[in-house]
Write a protein that binds this ligand. Sequence first.
Ligand code: CU
Length: 169
Amino acid sequence: MPRDRRILILAIGLALAACAAPAASPTPTAPAPPTPTTAPPTSPSPAARGTQVTIRNFAFQPAELEVAVGTTVEWVNGEDSVPHTVTSGTPGYPAGVFDSGRLRPGDSFRFTFQQPGTYEYFCSIHTRMRGRIIVKPKPVSEAAPSNPSASPSPTPPPSNYGYDYEDGR
Ligand SMILES: [Cu+2]
């Protein structure tokens, strides 16, 4: 290769490097298409899992709880100094599924959900306190681990050729 050409290539390379280094922001790729999100970014976080709801600071925490059918959920008036209730339905429209009555500080209430569905509830004393229990049906077969492809296969021996080759140099 002629010497001029090498210098030219080197110069181009340096120029490209100099250009590319500071200007890292404009990416040459096409702008990403809008992601078809199933939920808007302002949507509430997915339902928490667990079996206990704490009543704290005039709120049910978590306000939305997801459980499997047959689960017993316990509400605890944990930290407030006033009584609350856990009443199924919405203010003005009690569903009559469960009603704890007045839960004084430290009291708890339990209810076992035998039917899948979404259960709204509220505090009949402070009707702005709302909550929701989402009861999911049980998986059809959660005890059968039929997974034949997961048979233990011997791990293939690692190929050390690359390292051997380097060692041999
Ligand atoms: Cu209340």
